[in-house]
Write a protein that binds this ligand. Structure first.
Ligand code: GLN
Length: 290
């Protein structure tokens, strides 16, 4: 049989659908485009393009991986965030679109406060998506990107080079604030910490639980462990009037809000929703006095 783009596409979409993949047609297109080194739209412009044996072999190996539910961003080695392409591997969480809400809300706040040369700390930087997006948006700011995992930091460094902000980000191997100088303070602390309760990890989609780093997902017994450490430690590291901006799980706004209130060092926290209308970001300003 002579394979053409359109035939392979139909056949692949069917296989992906049977394997339980969410958007089989779209993903078949993405994989085929990758295998034949073309753009997705080229597949439609040239539906009868013959596919060589080698391309077919390459496509089938990608397809096989996706049918085993390896995430598509791992297979391609990249994922888009903030309209930038990020290198991804098994050491990091693939950036999620909802994390863009954190970046957006932070930028709104920072632009309103307009501190001179803002000092920003990104805790648990992973692929560096938040740190890189922020460094690109605010040419004057100084960013520290911390992660406990050296292999995640290596990915973040590469991404910062690709996007031209390597010399404006300091990379730090650190368990939360541990490796920072004792006296160091920031205007903003951002974090998308692991927030899934250990018990719930088992029921996640295979794409996530079998392939993404547990370290980036596991929020301990109740999913709140990292917030319990972050909220009080961040209060000690923020300048008065500085802000803590956290991504949260959709059912954690009350619990995280409560941790912030109880801490006593912050003004009343604000909660923002993602594009699906779920609570996703909490922003708390450190009190200006006291
Ligand atoms: N900062 C990265 C992100 O927002 C990684 C987060 C994590 O590993 N929990 O996607």
């Amino acid at each position: 049989m002579n394979w053409t783009s359109s035939k392979i596409l139909a056949w692949s979409a069917e296989r992906l659908m049977k394997a339980g993949v969410g958007s089989p047609r779209l993903e078949a297109e993405i994989l085929l485009a990758h295998a034949i080194q073309a753009r997705r739209q080229d597949i439609y412009l040239e539906p009868d393009r013959p596919i060589t044996r080698m391309e077919l072999g390459e496509h089938q190996s990608l397809l096989r991986r996706r049918m085993c539910r390896e995430p598509i961003s791992h297979i391609l080695g990249r994922r888009e965030f903030w309209s930038l392409e990020f290198l991804i591997n098994s050491a990091v969480l693939a950036p999620r679109p909802e994390t863009e809400v954190l970046v957006e809300k932070f930028l709104e706040t920072c632009r309103r406060d307009s501190p001179a040369r803002a000092r920003i700390l990104d805790i648990g930087t992973g692929s560096g998506n938040i740190a890189v997006a922020v460094a690109r948006e605010l040419p004057d700011c100084r960013v520290t990107a911390a992660d406990v995992s050296p292999s995640a930091l290596a990915v973040a460094e590469k991404n910062s080079k690709t996007h031209g902000v390597y010399d404006r980000i300091r990379f730090l191997q650190s368990d939360l604030f541990e490796s920072l100088d004792p006296g160091e303070r920031f205007d903003y602390i951002l974090s998308n910490p692991p927030y899934i309760a250990s018990e719930d990890l088992k029921v996640l989609m295979p794409d996530v639980k079998d392939y993404e780093p547990r370290l980036a997902l596991d929020g301990g017994k109740d999913g709140l462990e990292l917030y319990k450490r972050l909220v009080p430690e961040a209060a000690r590291r923020l300048e008065n009037g500085g802000s803590l901006v956290l991504e949260i799980g959709m059912d954690q706004a009350l619990d995280v809000g409560c941790l912030i209130e109880r801490d006593g060092n912050y003004d009343e926290p604000r909660v923002f929703q993602d594009y699906a209308g779920r609570d996703r970001v909490v922003l708390a300003r450190k009190k200006n006095h006291g």
